[in-house]
Design a protein around this ligand. Sequence first.
Ligand SMILES: [Zn+2]
Length: 226
Amino acid sequence: MEGITGDNKNIPLIYNPNPRARRLSLRLSSKEFAFILTHPPRTTPRQIQSFLRQCGPWIERQVQRIHEPPSLSPGCTFSLHGEDFECVLDRLRCKPILCRNTKTLRLPQNFLQKDLYSLFKKVAHETILPILQEILDVLGQDVTQVSFRDNKTRWGSCSGRKTISLNWRLIFLPPEVARYVCAHEAAHLLHMNHSQDFWKIVSELCPTYRHHKKWLKAHGSTWIRF
Ligand SMILES: [Zn+2]
């Protein structure tokens, strides 16, 4: 597959011939993690090349915006709640483990993805739960249940029965963004809507929330697919 390279990244380019297309258009799909080029079926390669050249500055901006999800193969480094960890191969194990002393994620030669996910869920309990608890204390609110879910579309949710669900992938986000998600869901305990009163509480809990909201909008969909 062809790709567009820039900023040390190579983003796949998917051709999408469409008989109804009158002109060429390019969009970045964060769901597919690719550029989608829609064009009339008879467009020549030369026309495509010249169109892509025209889009150059726009493409550059888009490529810079993309944060790739972590790659968890031996030798790769990834950030876990703001701390760098290195993935290393550990043939002696049958399940992945996280070693905080050596800042490594020790991966067996072959392992089940469910074992890796349950490890990350455990990490989410250890790192994200205390943040949520601290926010609940500030609000003077209690919840009946907090669960960490494997959800590919949402970072968190809050129910009328005072339960909060959080995505365990929050552990991969910058800590202040993860904290914003906790503050957002906790604020729903007081207002089950996105009214001005709701945002007022969020801004008291997290004065820089606008910045984190923007970060999630720009990069969240890439990370949630991981
Ligand atoms: Zn909300």
